[in-house]
Design a protein around this ligand. Structure first.
Ligand code: CA
Length: 226
């Protein structure tokens, strides 16, 4: 089940229709109040969240979802207007799993939805792996990241970036490799998305973040000397 919060009726209906014809169950809501009512009845597998909404806006709704342990694991795709708003949310550490700028093509839209769902399913299925590197400890199945035994809250994408770097420890990964592996489709040259996620990842990991090396002109690497 996919929930879509969008106040513009035409867009909402088009999204729900597109998802349904792609084989998903989908439900549309025109504002936050209706959406949270729907959340009490049933939790979806994915939420599509418009930013400009009457009442609570999309960013406030997202914050609420991420603060609640019943909903913080549900992936969220933010739907934004193109331009300044898109650039702004891309640079924010909102906890969203992806961003789509309006207007978007329906093929691209469905590809993004599938990529986010694929990643979150993969997270649930994988089990038993643990990585340690210096002060950093990552328990893949619990989705847990610790630095010096203190838990660090990462978004799904930041977690994926960290895990992919650890899986390939000592190897330089290019921005394109990271994009293709983590975003699951050709991002059309938006490699700054990778840089934004690396930056927030480093910040959140504090001292342990220094293990993520920038290899100039190539990409990123973790723990090259171990
Ligand atoms: Ca809107």
């Amino acid at each position: 089940m996919i929930y879509c919060v969008e106040d513009e009726r035409n867009i909402r209906e088009l999204i729900v229709y597109t998802l349904e014809t792609s084989g998903f169950e989908a439900r549309g809501f025109s504002d936050g109040a209706q959406f949270f009512k729907g959340m009490e009845e049933k939790k979806p597998d994915l939420i599509l969240l418009d930013i400009m909404l009457p009442g609570e806006d999309g960013m406030e709704i997202l914050k609420k979802l991420k603060r609640n342990s019943d909903t913080d694991h549900i992936p969220v795709i933010m739907v934004t207007a193109k331009g300044a708003e898109y650039d702004k949310v891309l640079g924010l550490d909102t906890g969203a799993d992806d961003y789509i700028a309006k207007p978007f093509g329906m093929m691209e839209f469905v590809a993004r939805v599938k990529a986010v769902l694929r990643r979150s399913n993969k997270d649930i299925q994988q089990s038993g792996r643990e990585y340690t590197a210096g002060k950093l400890k990552v328990q893949v199945d619990q989705h847990r990241v610790m630095v010096d035994d203190n838990p660090v809250a990462l978004t799904l994408k930041e977690f994926e970036v960290l895990r992919y770097l650890l899986e390939n420890r000592g190897i330089v990964l290019t921005r394109n490799q990271l994009l293709e592996h983590i975003w699951g489709y050709d991002f059309d040259g938006e490699t700054r998305t990778v840089d934004v996620h690396i930056r927030t990842l480093r910040q959140k990991l504090g001292e342990a973040g220094e293990m993520i090396e920038t290899v100039r002109g190539v990409g990123y690497r973790i723990g090259g000397n171990q």
